[in-house]
Design a protein around this ligand. Sequence first.
Ligand code: ZN
Ligand code: ZN
Length: 309
Amino acid sequence: MNRREFLETVAAAAVVPAFGRQAPASEWGSPVFDLHFHLRPQPAANLAHLDGAGIAKANLLTRGRALEQVKAVQAAAPGRFTWFNSYDVTKPDAEQVLTQAVKSGAQGFGEMKFHVAADGPELRRMYALAADLHVPILIHFQEVDHSPNEGTWSAGYAKTFESILKAYPRTTFIGHADAFWANVSADYHNEAVYPAGPVTRGGATDKWLGDYPNLFGDMSAVSCNTALTRDPEFTADFLKRQQDKLLFGSDCSCRDGHGAGYDNPAAPRMAGKCVARETLSVVKRSTSAPVFQKIVWGNVNRLLRIPTS
Ligand SMILES: [Zn+2]
Ligand SMILES: [Zn+2]
């Protein structure tokens, strides 16, 4: 297969899903797509979270060789799962493995979560490859330890990532995790995992989402939930302003879509809760129905080129 044929195959694969057109509106008043859902080994465990939280479709985040598992989940619920693939970016065969994953149907790279610099050579190779393959790259940015000596992930976000957005205009970046969301506030200097209190307007993440068409925000995890619950006035403005750049995701590890087994030592307020439900609730009460629908369904379908009408 030559490069043109390969890209056509990728594009064709992206328009196949049967479920996209008639997804049920669900309890949320809109169908919901969870961009950030880590693949669970048992197919039924994946569906238990989606069905429990009222979610129509999810994007499985996988690492390494996962095609057989992905196929098993997709077979158990046709049309409800897309997938991204990740692989150790410090390994020499990273480009080869991720290219093969895209040939096998992966629609993006992620979650990329490694102890390297956000502007270092390992991730730069991936940014270039994602552009060549026309797939987005989802990155975990974190500077502050959750546990002693955890280390940083894609380090240097606030200082260096604008230069990456400029250097790779053809790459679609999806930002995620602590440093990405803490930097909606201009006064953040890596002093807390989940900073609280009123947001100082003009934070790097908010600014860059506005300035760079190639940057999107993954709304998963406690990091985004914290950013959305610390300052309701900011949240209403932010959702309205960035309505085309935000993608709902959960990153929730609860068993049943109702919070069973969820525990995050850095966020006691979330114990026993479902992150998907908590974030869907705050987005829904903070914005209009049309903007909610874009954020939880329309934007991600457009980004992954899945027709919805
Ligand atoms: Zn993450
Ligand atoms: Zn959950």
